[in-house]
Design a protein around this ligand. Structure first.
Ligand SMILES: Cc1ncc(COP(=O)(O)O)c(C=O)c1O
Length: 377
């Protein structure tokens, strides 16, 4: 077996979760575990969070219906919300697997009713179909516009075939220093909730806060919060405060696979993008862009080996990368930390993000299936 793996530190996951709980007080938590728990492995993440007893998440959320079905097959008992609107051919799964769909169009309601009719006598059906209504307060991606939402929700609340279990919105800029727009979204959402309250319309749980808002917008907690990236140990941007500690959950490890000596003006890897200026040693490490070690890290990433930092040299290839170790004592088989910590040295997903002009979300999601996840408690 190739000695390349991701270590998933489940005790860090649990610490992050508990820190979020402490921060938010009484609100419930909907743990966001879409995209294979941001690349960390949904089964182990969910089981680990569920091992927290009375502290475990009250809800889980995923992006797509298949992910919710997977959670049910893993025996998850909590309510599961799907953020993306379901496809017509997924409506049956909503009932078969007791999934909560996001709705914001009349045709979503029609499709649910059609599916329910099809399934009469085939599966156990609750009297009313539980839904969460997504309200678009300015993100302009998904949801019913905030100024049209009252009518939609009022009408839905009168339809006894449905039960509004929740109403939610999503922030575009909660992780930015300037909260002007996030506060405008919050104000629009608050106004809607107040209008609904005035008319005694039961909208279930109100929720809006992603990690950025959990960290910096306590007025946005309402009845439930929806942390994603913070569970996995990262602040959503470098502009939020760091008002509670988070610990990265994923490390990426490999081993020194070969060592060779090269001489001045000799070059390394495709395209010859690194030229030795002196006699030096080059090691190769068995990981590449097929594993999520992105090609644009060429000549830019670093690794920790035996307590020292080394520079990646030459182009990242599909299966292998190279580092210059000069004349240091490094042996075949020595551990190579590509993401992770050793003593006071650390390379984390922010270091890659700065090189790649992205965010840690993309880094952890991109670590491919080919990299086995090793779970550590
Ligand atoms: C609707 C919704 N809520 C919550 C989250 C979690 O966001 P974050 O990972 O920034 O905490 C996401 C993630 O994209 C989302 O789409």
């Amino acid at each position: 077996m190739r000695p390349t793996y991701a270590v998933i530190n489940l005790s860090n996951l649990k610490k992050n979760f508990i820190n979020i709980r402490k921060k938010i007080g009484q609100a419930k938590v909907m743990a966001v575990v879409k995209a294979n728990a941001y690349g960390h492995g949904v089964k182990e993440v969910v089981n680990s969070l569920n091992s927290l007893g009375k502290n475990r998440p009250e809800y889980f959320a995923v992006a797509i219906c298949d992910e919710a079905v997977e959670l049910r097959k893993l025996n998850v008992k909590q309510p599961i919300l799907v953020f993306e609107p379901f496809e017509k051919n997924e409506a049956d799964s909503v009932f078969r697997y007791k999934i909560i769909p996001t709705v914001f169009e009349d045709f979503h309601l029609k499709e649910l009713l059609n599916a329910k009719r099809r399934l009469i006598g085939k599966v156990h059906l609750d009297e009313r179909i539980k839904v969460h209504v997504k309200v678009d307060t300015g993100m302009n991606r998904l949801g019913i516009r905030y100024d049209k939402a009252f009518d939609f929700i009022e009408k839905l609340s009168k339809n006894n075939k449905f039960l509004i279990d929740g109403v939610y919105t999503h922030f575009a800029t909660s992780d930015e220093t300037d909260k002007t727009f996030a506060n405008l979204q919050l104000k629009r959402f608050n106004e809607l909730l107040n209008d609904l309250k005035k008319k005694n319309i039961n909208y279930g749980l109100a929720h809006s806060a992603n990690s950025g808002a959990i960290i910096d917008m306590p007025d946005s907690y309402f009845d439930m919060v929806r942390p994603g990236i913070s569970l996995y140990g990262y602040y959503p941007s470098e502009d939020t405060s760091e008002s509670f500690p988070l610990y990265p959950v994923m490390s990426l490890i490999s081993r020194v696979a070969s060592i060779k000596e090269i001489f001045p003006i000799e070059t390394v890897s495709y395209g010859r993008l690194f030229t030795a200026s002196q006699k030096t040693k080059i090691i190769s490490v068995p990981i590449g862009y097929a594993d999520g070690f992105v090609r644009n890290l060429t000549n830019k990433a670093q690794a920790i080996i035996n307590g020292k930092i080394y520079n990646l040299v030459g182009r990242v290839t599909m299966d292998r990368i190279m580092f210059e170790i000069n004349n240091h004592e490094v042996k075949i088989g020595d551990k190579v930390i590509l993401l992770g910590k050793e003593k006071d040295l650390e390379i984390n997903a922010w270091d890659w993000s700065k090189i790649l002009n992205t965010i840690p979300y993309e880094i952890t999601c991109n670590i491919s299936k080919r990299v086995p996840r090793i779970y550590k408690n």
